[in-house]
Design a protein around this ligand. Sequence first.
Ligand code: GDP
Ligand code: MG
Length: 160
Amino acid sequence: FLPHLVASLERVDQTYIMVKPDGVQRGLVGEIISRFEKKGFKLTGLKLFQCTKDLAEEHYKDLKGKSFFPGLIEYITSGPVVCMAWEGVGVVASARKLIGVTNPLEAEPGTIRGDLSIQKGRNVIHGSDSPESGKREVALWFKEGEVVEWEPALAPWLIE
Ligand code: GDP
Ligand code: MG
């Protein structure tokens, strides 16, 4: 019983989801949060935040050197973003599916990018690409105490 419980606890991942400045300016915050909320994952962090250039560059450090990097940093720091941490088994890959591929013109209808955006440089939302990135990004964007551990009352109706 105990090893099984420990194994199942270990599978709980976290992902960093962010409504980018275009999503905030266009009034899509509620719509985007709502899609994750309805899916059933657990929200553990949420804030409106003005990102600095340093933080944006650290977050996207793997893309440094790309031609679009300066424009990306300008875009991400151009206005407030909404930072979220979500938790659950399989949350990272599932969130990427809800979000859709990077290019909104190729993103499937029904996905956030597919429904709500048209260009890579204005694709309204970020989502971590692996459980390791999820951990790293939640720690990067949230301070100690901003991520909350809680037990949703609906958990037994979502997780058997
Ligand atoms: P994501 O994981 O789907 O967000 O995509 P990436 O990690 O590859 O890129 C990070 C972000 O950089 C994307 O969400 C886009 O906003 C931006 N980006 C990526 N590729 C391009 C590009 O070719 N042109 C522009 N303008 N922006 C891009
Ligand atoms: Mg990425």
